[in-house]
Ligand binder design. Structure first.
Ligand code: AMP
Length: 595
């Protein structure tokens, strides 16, 4: 396929925010693609070169791209000027390419016959080369592949290629829209859940696209979890009391301590172990001790297991709060951190062992397999668990969990259908935290989408942030509050470093907002926020029109807890449907309108 066809499709996608329209545009593209190329086309249409769990190295510095855009020193200077004005490197490339070259006489048929002839395959191999040279080699070597491609590209192609190598695609074709488009192109609406399941157990949209294009739904139904491909994690619903949890679970359930650490999914191979975070980052180098213990203590040849890594006090053995384990996420000084901050992994699930996909087996079978599969030790242990049959038993267990410095408890269904539902939040797992007793609502993990300049003591800094939740229904972000409290001086000073990498001149295409901040950010950074309550709001866009015409849901009196959720991607923040559930859970009459 020619890259120009992809660029035209991306251009049409950019012009709409309607998910149905986007789906049809993408489905048309997927249908016309050669099945052997579809994988690359899917990655490229999301601005990627690999599936999400590969460390993405693409993200060339602005300066290098500007150098590649200009064919002469004068053009480079012009590109730099435009860049300062426009802030979108793709549009800069497009404009520079559109400018008539002075002194050239355009002769129909004779000018640049190679324009628009670049293929998707050529773009991919250039991007691989750019990745290979990232971080090493001279500047000219790094941007050479880009220069070569740009020479043969139309202005429109240049727009998307430059944005892509800059790591800022801007087109809002989310995973869910791509899955819809695959169903439309190669199957039916009814097949959509099975296609999504294939994605949830492989985390690789390109692979799913290629599988369905080549082998149809039979091949999709055959997709299984495998060591090396992270699986989307199963998530828990919440309920406001232990009583309701036990009732909802049918009077009987397993209940585990809810540890306050980092969730890790371990892929144990015959000789190697890879550890992934819930946002699919490779954490192996952060927990070399845990990786080693898992391999040496595992009785299976291969396995995929999950657990929570928690820091423990080296002297007392007590569990330490979450902040301590985050030291392990730093890139440097891992050896010191391993020595100073011992970590223990509390294992709670097993998804696979020696050729057997366990995700469709009930909870108690999986728990037994996990228990039998490892020789427990200081650094790897099972989560504390018991089966409860009454509210009293549940309460007592919860009190023990809090006394042991846990966040609360996780109740888990033990019914025959208690499968591991990859990528899904449901009532098979229900969380109950000690925070629930202290305020009306749980904490929220919200994505930063904008900032307001500060005044008074905060002059010259960002004073408040516009926060959004993720709407899984349409793959978009909707605002829920303006956050201005809970920031200490260090956080206020560090905000530009934390946020400015995602700065955009305009409202990002995937954000729905009526409140207009001074600056916009692509949703990327997630902050934990606590609040007093959820109310109807005329200005916020979450669940707009659902509870009252012209009103959305807003979070009242939000306060930053100090915790940056860098273990979560923006799409993993609190969803609009969770906020709606919390709103409905509030027992009092919430008729007040918040800002
Ligand atoms: P939350 O992040 O509040 O939605 O809570 C879900 C998280 O709790 C999971 O993603 C795990 O990281 C963590 N967790 C701690 N203990 C457990 C447990 N026993 N079972 C499952 N998840 C747990």
């Amino acid at each position: 396929m020619l890259y120009s066809e992809l660029a035209e499709t991306l251009d049409r996608l950019e012009a709409t925010s309607k998910r149905l329209e986007m789906t049809t545009i993408l489905a048309d593209l997927f249908r016309t693609a050669d099945p052997d190329e579809l994988k690359d086309i899917v990655y490229l249409s999301q601005g990627k070169v690999h599936p999400d769990f590969f460390p993405q190295k693409i993200g060339m510095a602005d300066k290098l791209i500007l150098d590649a855009i200009g064919k002469s020193d004068e053009e480079v200077r012009k590109a730099e000027e435009l860049w300062v004005k426009i802030g979108d490197i793709g549009v800069v490339a497009e404009r520079i390419k559109t400018r008539p070259v002075q002194g050239t006489l355009f002769q129909f048929g004779s000018e640049k016959p190679e324009m628009g002839t670049v293929t998707v395959k050529e773009v991919m191999s250039a991007l691989y080369k750019i990745e290979e040279t990232a971080g090493k080699g001279s500047a000219s070597k790094k941007n050479e592949p880009l220069k070569m491609l740009l020479k043969r590209m139309t202005p429109l192609e240049a727009r998307f290629l430059c944005r892509m190598v800059n790591g800022k695609m801007r087109v809002g074709a989310g995973d869910m829209t791509i899955l819809d488009a695959l169903a439309e192109a190669f199957a039916t609406k009814e097949d959509r859940p099975a296609i999504e399941r294939a994605f949830n157990v492989t985390c690789d949209l390109g692979f799913v696209a290629e599988t369905i294009a080549k082998g149809g739904m039979d091949a999709i139904d055959d997709v299984k979890v495998s060591v090396g491909n992270p699986v989307k994690v199963m998530l828990a619903e919440r309920l406001p009391s232990v009583e309701e949890i036990v009732e909802r679970m049918g009077g009987e359930c397993a209940i585990e301590y809810k540890y306050d650490g980092i969730r890790v999914q371990a892929h144990i191979g015959k000789d190697t172990v890879k550890l992934y975070s819930r946002r699919l980052e490779d954490l192996t180098s952060n927990f070399p001790d845990i990786a080693e213990a898992l391999r040496s203590r595992c009785r299976f040849g291969e396995a995929i297991i999950e657990g929570e890594c928690v820091a423990v006090d080296p002297d007392t053995g007590y569990m330490l709060p979450f902040q301590n384990v985050t030291h392990r996420r730093k890139k440097h000084g891992i050896d010191d951190a391993v020595r100073d901050i011992p970590v223990r992994m509390f294992m709670f699930d097993i998804l696979y062992k020696d050729g057997e996909d366990l995700t469709l087996r009930p909870y108690l079978d999986r728990r037994r397999a996990l228990e039998n599969g490892f020789e427990m030790g200081d650094s790897i242990q099972m989560t504390t668990m018991r089966i409860v049959r009454s509210e009293e038993e549940g309460r007592e267990f919860f009190d023990n969990a809090v006394a042991a410095r846990c966040e609360g408890v996780m109740a888990k269904s033990i019914a025959d259908n208690s499968v591991y539902r990859a990528g899904n939040r449901g009532f098979l797992w229900i969380k109950y935290k000690k925070d629930y007793q202290e305020s009306l609502t749980d904490s929220f993990d919200l994505a930063v989408v904008g900032a307001f300049y500060g005044m008074g003591k905060r002059a010259g800094k960002y004073g408040a942030l516009l926060m959004a939740s993720y709407d899984q229904e349409n793959g978009r972000f909707a605002t829920v509050c303006k956050l201005g409290t809970g920031f200490d001086d260090a956080f206020l000073d560090g905000m530009p470093d934390l946020l400015n990498g995602t700065l955009t001149k305009e409202r990002p295409q995937i954000v729905d907002a009526e409140m207009v901040p001074d600056v916009w950010f692509e949703p990327h950074v997630v902050l934990e926020v606590v609040a007093a309550e959820i109310t109807l709001s005329p200005i916020h866009t979450a669940a707009k029109g659902v509870y009252r015409e012209d009103s959305g849901l807003g979070i009242r009196f939000p306060r930053f807890t100090g915790r940056v959720r860098d273990d979560k991607e923006a799409e993993q923040c609190t969803t609009v449907s969770e906020i709606s559930e919390m709103y409905e859970m509030q027992t009092h009459d919430s008729d007040g309108l918040s800002e």
